[in-house]
Design a protein around this ligand. Structure first.
Ligand code: ADP
Length: 482
């Protein structure tokens, strides 16, 4: 596969491709076979320090660059990404497992963050005002927060990168970018594209590592990184927030979810099943937005479950590179073992397996689309992100009751509500403790909308008009006028 040969496998620091200290490397494998695809540089703390130094050195000049110039770099990168859709999709599928069609969809979604933020780069505004005393004036300007640390997960290898890099470039920040160790190749390819698009040396520095804890902590405690943007588990998010505290690093956090998917008795069941397929099965269920708990009104629960089981059972499971495959492998053995454990626990508490539920023999980390009905509320999957193709269905009879149970979780990223009633749509959405609601739809992600959660699902928003704010600071100038 030429893209695998062509993609850089070294660290990208100060505009140069460099080996890690001591020539250390780490393997990247194919989740569909378990085979090792290649080795990439495995950075240590000294490499990270060099990357930080490059970002710090480039910051002042980058902040002075004309917004239009930053905008045009992003726009060029957008064009290059789209022109390489097939190669990037294949790279993502190889290291992450998702079916090619989904990978192509992610390329378009990921590129759109660059187009969106190329447009936002030239719309950063300021202000002038007369203060209430009538004498003092206020001048407001906005400027980049400074060198950033960006940390991303493996589930959307391209989009999680562009969603952070796009606004950082638009705002005039330099950065150290640490992608997940499972999916470094897509991020390295992205760095190559940005370089081609004209990004100055040192603005983006990419550090791939299998030793995230050792590499990241010194940066967060070192006092030169001014901003952390993290997407990953709530567990790691908490650790990083604590590390940010000492030097008061600004932090944006996109953490875990535990999305409720609520189907009322007046819902259009065709739309609800379609929505469920997307909310559950996008990315094999490996998404923080994945529907984790299905609450279906008891009068329609059997029909909804039967229809969902039929659709889930018809999906083709296999390597993502094969034509016609709908569901690829899970990312790694630990991810699959967790799904198996959650299903066993739910079944042990009385859940019925309508389809799936058994791990196939053979190589690869495959797990079949699974529907569980009659799930007990005490099951572990009620408060654990499944991160796999398992739909857990519970029933309810009363609106107040379902809202109470849906909110009974420390997370608050997204909720899905299916109902024909406008009043009920708004009433329930307003009462759900989440940052995003899918109303009669199973897909909320869109670069033009603010993505993010409340409670322990995170801090801040990515995308939308507010996405760039996370990378900007206000400066207020006071001036009395006689
Ligand atoms: P997941 O369970 O989806 O892999 P994680 O939260 O473990 O989610 O990982 C998300 C990102 O955080 C990855 O890039 C990972 O390498 C990184 N990471 C994990 N642990 C740490 C840590 N202690 N310090 C910094 N980054 C970390």
């Amino acid at each position: 596969m030429s893209i695998l040969n062509d993609v850089p496998k070294q660290l990208f620091i100060g505009g140069k491709w460099l080996d890690a200290e001591g020539g250390a490397t780490m393997p990247v494998d194919d989740p569909a076979t378990g085979e090792i695809l290649c080795q990439v540089a495995d950075a240590g703390p000294e490499d990270a320090r060099l990357a930080e130094e490059a970002a710090v050195a480039a910051q002042e000049e980058w902040a002075r660059t004309a917004p239009r110039a930053r905008s045009e770099i992003l726009r060029r990168a957008y064009d290059i990404i789209l022109s390489r859709t097939d190669e990037l999709a294949l790279l993502m599928t190889s290291e992450m497992g998702k079916p090619l069609a989904e990978a192509r969809g992610e390329v378009a979604y990921a590129a759109e963050f660059f187009r969106w933020f190329s447009e936002e780069a030239v719309r950063v505004d300021g202000g002038y005002g007369v203060l209430p005393d009538g004498r003092n004036r206020m001048l407001l300007t906005r400027r980049p927060v400074g060198p950033c640390l960006l940390i991303t997960p493996w589930n959307f290898p391209l989009a999680m990168g562009t969603r952070k890099i796009g606004p950082a470039i638009a705002a005039g920040c330099t950065m150290v970018f640490k992608p997940a160790p499972q999916t470094p190749l897509t991020s390295l390819a992205l760095a190559g594209i940005l370089r081609e698009a004209g990004l100055p040396d040192g603005v983006l520095n990419v550090v791939t590592t299998s030793r995230a804890d050792k590499v990241i902590e010194p940066l967060l405690r070192g006092g030169r990184i001014r901003k952390l943007s993290f997407t990953g588990s709530t567990k790691v998010g908490r650790i990083l927030l604590a590390q940010c505290a000492d030097t008061v690093v600004r932090a944006s956090m996109e953490l875990g979810g535990n999305a409720p998917f609520i189907v009322f008795d007046d819902a259009d069941l065709d739309a609800a099943v379609d929505g469920a397929m997307i909310a559950k099965m996008r990315n094999m269920g490996e998404a923080c937005t994945a529907a984790n708990r299905f609450f279906v009104h008891s009068s329609v629960a059997d029909e909804f479950a039967a229809r969902l089981a039929e659709r889930m059972g018809a999906l083709v499971v296999g390597p993502g590179t094969q034509d016609g495959v709908d569901v690829g492998p899970l990312i790694d053995d630990a991810g699959r073992a967790k799904v198996e454990e959650l299903v066993a626990d739910a079944v042990g508490r009385g859940a019925r397996v309508l389809v799936g539920g058994a791990t196939p023999d053979g190589p690869g980390r495959f797990y079949p689309p699974t529907v569980l009905a009659g799930v007990d509320q005490g099951s572990q999957l009620m408060d654990t992100e499944i991160f796999g193709p398992v739909a857990a269905i519970l029933t309810f009879d009363d609106e107040d009751e379902v809202i109470r149970v849906a909110n009974d979780t420390p997370w608050g990223l997204v909720g899905y509500v299916f109902t024909a009633g406008l009043d009920r749509s708004l009433r329930v959405s307003e009462r759900l403790e989440v940052g995003m609601v899918g109303l009669n739809t199973g897909l909320v992600s869109n670069p033009a909308a603010p993505f993010g959660g409340i409670k322990q699902s995170g801090l801040g928003r990515e995308g939308g008009r507010v996405g760039i704010d996370e990378f900007l600071e206000y400066q207020y100038l006071a001036m009395p006028v006689k």
